[in-house]
Design a protein around this ligand. Structure first.
Ligand code: MLT
Length: 321
């Protein structure tokens, strides 16, 4: 049976651009449930056709099972570690990701965090607020001439690598499945393909940009950290589970490498969660704000609207009577 859908029932389960929500509300029945528990999500998703979400919410099989009408998932960003992808695929629920707009924002923040580490910006700020003029102690390093090691030269990692070249850095990077073709493609962008071990041992700044999967969980554990170049800095922009934070805390507390670390993503995220790393002065922590620029979220919002429009106008074969 061919059925043309007009007004859709949409659940927005994460905070996305308010203008986009407003625009969707003109044409559709939109419910919002940010920071909802699984039980609450199961309740509000019941009659929904479309579910929009970012990171910070778990879209489990149980949540989707509660929504017999669910036909479309819009991942307003990149990572899929918070979605039961197999369940969605088995049920034929369409999944649209919007990874591109966030890449630039994540890459720019990577440099903000690298500079914060290299120039001790937050340390200096804290000292100054306490009345200490630490001009002579607050020394730092240039990015220019340093080796930037990108772990995961994908969508975001490539953007970081290209920015590194623009800062005058030597850029090396690793990928999960290296090949001569990938090496050639990267080399055309001024990035030298290396393996993870070489990235760790030779980079002054190691920046992590891999998705969280079974093969990347705790990728940067005690052994990887101890391989890092003495004086090197670590930046995690990927997912908390990729870096073993307990091992990182131990290495930093004992004055071993890395010399400092910046984390935008954490093993435990959310209101009230304080990382044990927060006690260390050479650590910079941000609350998973890589993609959270107004410009980026506006663009993602626009893409959500277009995706809903395209879906709304596409005649679909209904499996329901
Ligand atoms: C992403 O995967 O796109 C980022 O983690 C941003 C987000 O969803 O909040």
């Amino acid at each position: 049976m061919i059925k043309k859908l007009k007004s859709m029932k949409i659940l927005i389960a994460s905070s996305v651009c308010p203008d986009a929500i407003e625009e969707l509300r003109h044409h559709h029945d939109v419910a919002c449930a940010f920071n909802a528990s699984e039980d609450e999500l199961k309740r509000v998703v019941k009659d929904r056709d479309i579910l929009v979400f970012r990171s910070g919410v778990q879209i489990t099989a149980a949540v989707m099972e509660s929504a017999p009408n669910l036909q479309l998932l819009i991942r307003a960003g990149s990572g899929l570690d918070n979605l039961d992808v197999d369940y969605a695929a088995n049920r034929g629920i369409q999944l649209i990701r919007v990874p591109q707009p966030g890449a630039r924002a994540v890459a720019e923040l990577t440099f903000g965090l690298m500079l914060a580490l290299a120039r001790q910006i937050l340390v200096a700020d804290r000292q100054l607020r306490a009345g200490h003029w630490t001009k002579s102690e607050t020394t730092g390093y240039l990015l220019r001439g340093k080796v930037l090691g990108v772990v995961g030269v994908g969508n975001i990692g490539t953007c970081v690598a290209e920015m590194g070249r623009a800062w005058g850095m030597e850029v090396i990077g690793c990928v999960e499945n290296p090949s001569p073709t990938i090496a050639e493609q990267l080399s055309q962008r001024g990035i030298r393909l290396a393996d993870l071990q070489e990235v760790l041992t030779s980079a002054d700044f190691v920046s992590i940009h891999v998705p969280l999967t079974d093969s990347t969980r705790n990728l940067i554990g005690a052994a990887a950290l101890s391989s890092m170049k003495p004086g090197g800095f670590l930046v995690n922009m990927a997912r908390g589970g990729v870096v073993d934070e307990r091992a990182l805390l131990e290495a930093l507390s004992q004055g071993r490498q890395p010399a400092g670390a910046a984390l935008d993503v954490h093993q435990a995220e959310g209101e009230g969660k304080i990382s044990p790393l927060a006690s260390l002065p050479n650590v910079v922590l941000t609350p998973h704000i890589g993609a959270t620029t107004v410009d980026t979220q506006r663009e993602i919002g626009q893409r959500i609207i277009e995706t809903v429009q395209a879906f709304e106008h596409q005649p679909i074969v209904s499996t329901r009577q």
